[in-house]
Each structure stands twice: as C-alpha cells, then as structure tokens.
Design a protein around this ligand. Structure first.
Ligand SMILES: N[C@@H](CCC(=O)N[C@@H](CS)C(=O)NCC(=O)O)C(=O)O
Length: 122
C-alpha cells in the first residue's frame, strides 16, 4: 500500500481523528492541508462528495471521516476486539458527530443573538 494522502483544511476538525489513528498506529501519511480560500478553487472538485476530509489510497479516493478513521483503525488493530467493544467505540464516534454538527451550525450562524442563544442551549 502506498503512503495514504489525507486532504483537509489546516485545522483539527473532522480530520484530526484520522490523523490521530494513523499516528497511534505509527503509519506515515501525507497530511495535505489547504486554506479556506483554496478549498473551492483547487480542492472541492477533487473530493468524492464535494466535502472534506478525504483520503487517497493507492490512487483511489474515499470520503467520510468516520469511515476513513475506522478503516485505518481496523487495518492497524486499533478497533474493538469484540462486537461490544466496537459498539462502545461507534457510540462515542456518533456522539462526536452530533457535537460537530451542532458546533458547525453555531460557528456558521451570522446572527449574533441567535449564535449566543444556540450556544447556551447546546
Ligand atoms: N459526514 C462528513 C461531513 C464532511 C463535512 O461536512 N466537511 C466539511 C468540513 S468539516 C466541509 O467539507 N465543508 C466545506 C463545504 O461544505 O464546502 C464527514 O464526516 O466527513
């Protein structure tokens, strides 16, 4: 397998979990980071679902952060050893996804009062 290439913004965000799995596994990868300005101009069209992160493995591209992270975890014996351990991992991954969806909504809100209100409700 060639060294995987991981594409994402120059932030932690949804790619950090993948970076952490690969780091924990001691696997080298190309950490390709781009700016918010570069994204629509040079990168979005290359991504599988018009979203990032995505990974390129042996010339094939794959999207969806959780699918990518769990793939690398399974490949490197870092996923659950039993179905119940996998369930524990998956439930936490889904909690993180819920949190990210909520925090993204608040981050993108331009109405200051609504932003504060949504943050207090979260
Ligand atoms: N379910 C997807 C969500 C991906 C996603 O929403 N990515 C955001 C960045 S965190 C994105 O691509 N934003 C750029 C855009 O919407 O144009 C995943 O987990 O990979």
């Amino acid at each position: 397998m060639s060294v995987p290439k991981l594409y994402y913004f120059d932030i932690m965000g949804r790619a950090e979990m993948i970076r952490l799995v690969l780091a924990a596994a001691g696997k080298p990868f190309k950490d390709i980071r781009f700016s918010f300005e570069e994204w629509p101009k040079s990168y979005q069209k290359k991504s599988p679902f018009g979203l990032c992160p995505w990974v390129e493995i042996d010339g094939e591209v794959f999207g969806q952060s959780v699918a990518i992270a769990t793939y690398f975890a399974r490949q490197n014996d870092l996923y659950g050893k039993t179905d119940k351990e996998c369930l524990q991992i998956d439930q936490l991954l889904n909690v993180i996804q819920d949190f990210l969806a909520l925090s993204t909504k608040i981050f993108k809100e331009t109405d200051k009062d609504k932003k504060v209100n949504d943050s207090l409700k979260a």
